[in-house]
Write a protein that binds this ligand. Structure first.
Ligand code: TXA
Ligand code: MG
Length: 350
């Protein structure tokens, strides 16, 4: 239901003025009263609510249309706030906080039962991060509360990297949107589980495995992440997230193979979208090419990924083919999101 007046607050990202900005203070009042507002972080826009309030968290799940068994990330403004919500801070978690916060790394701890059980979906653990964005930090300061925030998209849609994306998905469903301009990283934070001895990456993201390993040594990656990589799977499975308006297929092969896939679909009379890097520009026979930047600059690809997935308009294409990326550095997060957008559908060159 889109039956709410959604306020639009445009804020300047200037670090000095942001703390006293009336827009931020107004948005913080909404949070204090257990309403939900979208705000920019360095990764993607979040949909924030008071992490201590069941009422606020219920509103977040309702606005997103998100299943309530998927827990939320709690955002804090200073490192010492972690202690208020967790049983203890393990040594490796402390090292990661010192190395990456503020920044795109979320750490999972055992919690101490002070937050809403709806935030943690009833789990014994809680995911916490300190975002590296002046507007996010100022909002948390002004509300003086921990802010639970999933990405501010309708469930299943690509995450929003601009206030306009949030508006498309959530206008009329939330109290307001703080517009701080486009986000920087473009993919969500990396989630690292530090709640047991076996420290593990649960979701690849803005902080790379390589960078994490430089701080705490070798780390395992949740095997469930790579299982998705198995053989072609049919679309529309439970993995479908970040879904564009037409079915997406990942093409694991060279340029000639990529073009073959496009030509086959064209021959069937389909309108074809191509999600490609600049190197393929103008060289495919696609109906519409959407460019992700150079294959040699994965931070641009990460930044362009969600806006690009959103840029295929309804009815514009029947199918979308996307290039694959090397799974090192930011490439791991990019491929994880592309696989989910494809619902596991990958075609491979023999
Ligand atoms: O960059 C980000 O992380 C963005 C911005 C807004 O901060 N937030 C975000 O939230 O991506 P969301 O809700 O879309 O993703 C949260 C992820 C989910 O995969 C969820 O399953 C996982 O974190 N998560 C949350 N709490 C957890 C917990 N206690 N244990 C394991 N995973 C958890
Ligand atoms: Mg999300």
């Amino acid at each position: 239901m889109r039956n709410q007046q959604t306020k639009q607050w445009v804020v300047d990202n200037d670090v000095d003025s942001v703390l006293t900005s009336t827009e931020i203070l107004e948005a913080a009042q909404q949070i204090i009263h257990n309403h939900v507002v979208a705000f920019p972080t360095e990764t993607v826009y979040g949909l924030g609510g008071n992490a201590k309030s069941d009422e606020a968290i219920t509103r977040i799940f309702a606005a997103k249309g998100r299943p309530s068994d998927n827990p939320l990330i709690v955002h804090i403004a200073t490192k010492d706030q972690v202690e208020k919500y967790v049983e203890q801070i393990p040594a490796k978690a402390r090292q990661l906080m010192d190395a990456f916060w503020p920044g795109p790394l979320t750490i999972v701890f055992r919690h101490n039962h002070t937050l809403s059980t709806k935030v943690t979906a009833g789990l014994p653990t809680v995911a916490i991060r300190m975002p590296d964005h002046p507007v996010a930090l100022a909002l948390i300061h002004a509300a003086d509360l921990p802010i639970a925030a999933p990405s501010a998209n309708r469930s299943g849609r690509p995450s929003p990297t601009t206030a306009a994306h949030v508006n498309d998905d959530l206008n009329g469903r939330i109290a307001g949107i703080l517009d701080g301009g486009p986000t920087g990283v473009g993919v969500e934070s990396t989630v690292v589980d530090c709640s047991s001895e076996d420290v593990m990456i649960l979701r690849p993201g803005g902080a790379t495995k390589e960078a994490i390993e430089r701080v705490i040594g070798e780390i395992t990656v949740d095997p469930a992440l790579t299982q998705l990589d198995e053989a072609p799977r049919s679309p529309g499975m439970k993995y479908t997230h970040y879904a564009p308006t037409a079915p997406l297929t990942l093409v694991d092969g060279d340029f000639r193979y990529f073009c073959e896939k496009i030509n086959d679909a064209r021959a069937e009379g389909k309108k074809v979208g191509a999600l490609i890097t600049d190197e393929y520009r103008g060289e495919t026979n696609a109906t519409k090419e959407v460019l992700l930047g150079s294959v040699n600059n994965l931070s641009t690809v990460a930044k362009q990924l969600y806006p690009s997935l959103r840029s295929f308009a309804e009815d514009e294409v029947d199918v979308i083919f996307a290039q694959v990326f090397p799974e090192t550095e930011l490439g791991s997060a990019i491929m994880n999101r592309l696989r989910k957008a494809a619902g596991g559908t990958v075609v491979r060159q023999r």
